[in-house]
Design a protein around this ligand. Sequence first.
Ligand code: MTE
Ligand code: MO
Length: 188
Amino acid sequence: MKKENRMPPGQRPIEEWPELQFGIVPHINASEWKFRIWGLTEKERELTFEGFTSLPQVKVYADAHCVEGWSLMDNLWEGVSTSVLKELVRIQPEARFVIVHCMEDYKTNLPLNDFFAEDALFAIKHNGKLLTPEHGYPIRLVIPKLYFWKSAKWIVGIEFTRMDRSGYWESRGYHNHGDPLKEERYRD
Ligand SMILES: Nc1nc2c(c(=O)[nH]1)N[C@H]1C(S)=C(S)[C@@H](COP(=O)(O)O)O[C@H]1N2
Ligand SMILES: [Mo]
């Protein structure tokens, strides 16, 4: 589909990739980075960067829409599909949400079906290059179908829960879900 026709309402394209976060940019040493999967899983699981990058990889071509109105179009993300977690841990049937945990205590929350969307991935590369520290090195989540604040940078873990729990922006006025096509920007 042509770019013009893919643009959600109220968004404008931007050429340079902006850098946005609250607080500092953590400079993470990949050899010390750990990724933990816990909550409503039969067993907890911890992965190193090496373990993570040896998982099967996918490429996803997608646009990124920030709630503030800019869209970075035509990104090629490479990394590990979120669905791979279904093979790494046994998720209990009561699980309905995920809480995404990051460095610096950033969190975001998603229903399970958005987290496991076909195009959702843990990105390691953007347009052929490793992510820079500013954009989430070593790994960021990318959820193309929701506003970009759900695409959490510097992730350190995924928690499966039965109840929803607002994340950083979701408890500071942003919409709980964040679908750009429905303009779910802010809480009423
Ligand atoms: N860990 C973390 N992830 C985050 C944020 C943040 O503050 N901390 N900000 C979010 C917001 S509001 C946006 S718009 C995008 C910006 O990503 P970028 O800096 O790579 O453009 O990251 C999202 N992921
Ligand atoms: Mo944002």
